[in-house]
Design a protein around this ligand. Structure first.
Ligand SMILES: C[S@@+](CC[C@H](N)C(=O)[O-])C[C@H]1O[C@@H](n2cnc3c(N)ncnc32)[C@H](O)[C@@H]1O
Length: 290
């Protein structure tokens, strides 16, 4: 490779100064509604990309590229990136930013101006999701993409630390709940590190953390995913109640809930926080089979 070619392949990550400049030029006023806290520290971008294990052969979907900090880090690996951004100003500016910071990488970027909650397919099948998710919709976006993009094998997302704990929690833990049980339908989840507040602009008032999810097969069951998710929602809608009462509305009555629980081999006096995804699937199947 000639030095001119290698210069063309260089990727310049966004520095805090460059981010300020871009934001001023685009007149970006970060909004809380869209969870707009931009990463301004190139070291953090590299850490996320390294932790995600992104390689040149990967096609990565990034939700919420914002000003492009993480997008450039992902492109630096040689991967293809499909970036889905809801804010039309940010979506419209991303390609130009990439051309300026990484001219040789622009052909590996596809920008989609859309709400990630409405994504059911993409122009190419991604094998990775890597994103600094908008915090207010992090869990629904994650579940939406795991559901509609079966090619996704691994996910590394930055979310609010408390949400990371909830996604990664196992049965019996205080933080185990709807996000943990539903995520477990698709993948095994674990915490992959903490991120300090000072790496963002504007500085958020919550701590952040990384969560890794690795796709696995859902439990074998005769119930549909929708049945199982309805059972999970009912079990946690009244967290402090026993499953017999919490599932009464869902099953038709407390007696019917008890029948389904017993048929699935689950003690009706337990609370929902004790059940793993396989047990939720068994309870949902037992009700369907009635
Ligand atoms: C936490 S910021 C991350 C920005 C950038 N990735 C970074 O790390 O600096 C979240 C981004 O998600 C975008 N966003 C918010 N809701 C969205 C949605 N439903 N679909 C797609 N993008 C969304 C915001 O406009 C914002 O750019």
């Amino acid at each position: 490779m000639t030095s001119a070619e290698s210069a063309g392949n260089a990727v310049h990550l966004l520095t805090p100064g460059r981010i300020r400049e871009l934001a001023a030029r685009l007149e970006v006023r970060p909004t809380k509604t869209l969870g707009q806290n931009f990463v301004i520290d190139p070291g953090t971008v590299r850490r996320i990309v390294r932790t995600a294990g992104v390689e040149a052969s990967h096609t990565v979907v990034e939700v919420g590229p914002g000003l492009g900090s993480l997008t450039l880090g992902l492109l630096e690996t040689g991967a293809h990136v499909i970036a889905v951004e809801i804010d039309p100003v940010l979506a419209g500016a991303l390609e130009e930013t990439v051309v300026a910071q990484a001219p040789g990488a622009a052909s590996r970027l596809t920008v989609i101006a859309a709400d990630a909650m409405e994504i059911t397919e993409l122009p190419a099948a991604p094998d990775r999701l890597v994103a600094n998710l908008p915090y207010n919709v992090a869990v629904p976006v994650l579940l939406q993409l795991l559901q509609h993009l079966p090619s996704l094998r691994e996910v590394l997302v930055m979310v609010q630390a408390e949400v990371a704990d909830r996604i990664a929690a196992g049965p019996g833990s205080r933080t185990y709940g709807v996000p943990s049980a539903k995520a477990a339908w698709y993948a095994s989840a674990s915490r992959a590190g903490s991120i300090g507040r000072s790496v963002f602009w504007p500085v958020p008032n919550v701590d952040s953390a990384l969560v890794r999810l690795v796709r696995r097969d859902p439990p074998v069951t005769t119930a549909t995913r929708a049945d199982v998710f309805a059972c999970i929602d009912a079990a946690f809608s009244q967290r402090r109640k026993t499953l017999r009462s919490a599932l009464a509305g869902w099953a038709g009555s407390a007696d019917l809930a008890e029948q389904a629980l017993r048929a699935a081999g689950v003690d009706p006096t337990l609370r929902g926080e004790r059940l793993d995804i396989t047990q939720f699937a068994a309870v949902a199947a037992a009700r369907t089979a009635r």
